[in-house]
Unconditional design. Structure first.
Length: 462
């Protein structure tokens, strides 16, 4: 694996760590794991021997007075052929709370051992080049899978299907970079064959294909993300509360009440979805409200489906409505579906229904009376059921989609510089940016914050 961020570049693990792998509580069997350079010393301390490598041995576990605490299975894995790439000792004992505590206490009596942090075993596996970041995330997804399809796709990611596709693109990109940077260093001119445009176009096509698969995987993993947007004081927060079943969002007659992003994961007839309430879109002079509006735009860009909420006054001003819908399409991905929700039909004496206006579906309802909410839920259910027909090849996350989108931006810039005869240094810089941003997917290049966030999501013992 190439450069991992500098904090870990030359880091050596001197600590030997211990954790209970199985859930805390009484059970028939519990598993303890020790990893690190002093695992052999722990084995002698507890077993009076080192078990035969990669063999299960039924042995007594001794305390400091050489009295038997328990008797169970011991396995020893020698570095680098182990989960973490370090020496590992695994102990399978009876799942008594007393037995487990005695074993942990006895092992920790060696000053060379400490309790592991959440996700630390997999963190060491990553840093010792046993898995990449995509595979680490796949293990988390497999543990948290809520369906057979998600579990199978998580296993595909763990087996390297996603990683391999990213690595192939990075390898091709690296070859182009090497040629161009050598040209800059040794030939000292800005002429280079336009044939490289075809190669860059090929990379763009490959990344778009990966992005499409990643989007499918993201939807399957996280559920459809519905974002409620619109003008101030049209009833977005009331709809959000009705769907979530809680009074989460503050509701008032004062425009601009919602200033921050509110999120809820909910189920409609056992179908999972993610709903987001955002600040009303307007040209506000209030600095705090402006921040909320900026955040609303960020959420709109990451939406799978947008519900643009209006009231009876807005529907009368169609030019304003379609100006904002065009603005949303221009500032987000134009392929994101938009459904108009006309709230407050109780003031129109109109029945709930679904119609169409300028090719946009429009749902008429009243959040105040609840009339039409069932129609909205049915509409959402149909969208989710359609999404469940997505097959997908592997699981992915929103961060993967963001990275792929940024890499495409850099490659399109590179193509422009090449076709317009700009300085080769500019071309090389955009290619370098594309390479490094792609490396954040599998962890070749990453930040300490992202790194720690991913592994802290695991329980102690993983």
């Amino acid at each position: 694996m190439e450069n991992i961020f500098y904090i870990y570049l030359f880091m050596e693990f001197t600590d030997t760590i211990l954790a209970q792998v199985t859930p805390v509580g009484k059970s028939g069997v519990a598993v303890l794991r020790v990893s690190g350079s002093y695992s052999k010393e722990v084995a002698f301390h507890l077993l009076n021997k080192i078990p035969k490598i990669r063999y299960a041995e039924y042995l007594p576990f001794y305390d400091s007075g050489n009295k038997i605490i328990d008797q169970g299975i011991a396995l020893f894995f020698s570095a680098p052929n182990s989960l973490t790439g370090e020496d590992i000792l695994e102990l399978q004992c009876h799942g008594s709370l007393v037995v487990i505590d005695l074993l942990i206490e006895h092992i920790l009596s060696l000053s060379i051992v400490r309790m592991a942090e959440p996700g630390e075993f997999l963190k060491r596996a990553f840093l010792n080049d046993k898995i990449d970041l995509i595979q680490a995330e796949a293990i988390s997804d497999l543990i948290n899978a809520d369906s057979i399809k998600v579990a199978r796709l998580a296993m595909n990611s763990f087996k390297g299907l996603f990683s391999n596709r990213v690595n192939i693109v990075m390898s091709k990109l690296k070859n182009i970079r090497v040629y161009i940077e050598a040209h800059i260093d040794f030939l000292h001119d800005d002429y280079i064959s336009l044939n490289f445009i075809d190669e860059i176009n090929s990379l763009i096509d490959e990344i778009n294909d990966i992005k499409h698969s990643s989007y499918d995987g993201s939807v399957l993993r996280e559920g459809i993300k519905f974002v409620f947007s619109g003008f101030p004081n049209v009833g977005k927060s009331t709809l959000f509360n009705l769907l979530s079943g809680n009074d989460i969002s503050i509701v008032s007659d004062i425009p601009g009440t919602t200033r921050d992003i509110l999120r809820e994961y909910i189920n409609i007839d056992h179908l999972s979805l993610h709903i987001v309430d955002t600040a009303g879109l307007n040209d506000s002079d209030d600095e705090i409200e402006k921040i909320g509006i900026d955040r609303a735009w960020i959420e709109l860009k990451g939406a799978d489906h947008i519900f643009f909420v209006i009231d009876n006054n807005i529907i009368k001003n169609k030019s304003l409505l379609f100006d904002y819908l065009s603005l949303i399409k221009n500032k987000t991905f134009s392929s994101i579906p938009i459904t108009i929700v006309n709230n407050k039909i109780d003031l129109l004496n109109k029945s709930p229904c679904i119609e169409s206006i300028n090719s946009y579906p429009i749902i008429y309802l009243s959040a105040l009376t609840g009339n039409g909410i069932c129609l909205l839920k049915k509409y959402i259910k149909n969208i989710i059921k359609t999404s469940r027909n997505i097959e997908g090849n592997f699981l992915a996350r929103r961060r993967h989609l963001d990275i792929l989108e940024k890499s495409l931006k850099y490659l399109n810039n590179a193509k422009y510089y090449l076709s317009s005869n700009y300085s080769l240094e500019l071309l090389a810089e955009e290619l370098r940016n594309a390479y490094q941003i792609l490396g954040r997917i599998n962890g070749i290049f990453t930040s300490e914050e992202l790194f720690n966030n991913i592994f802290s999501d695991f329980c102690i013992g993983k």
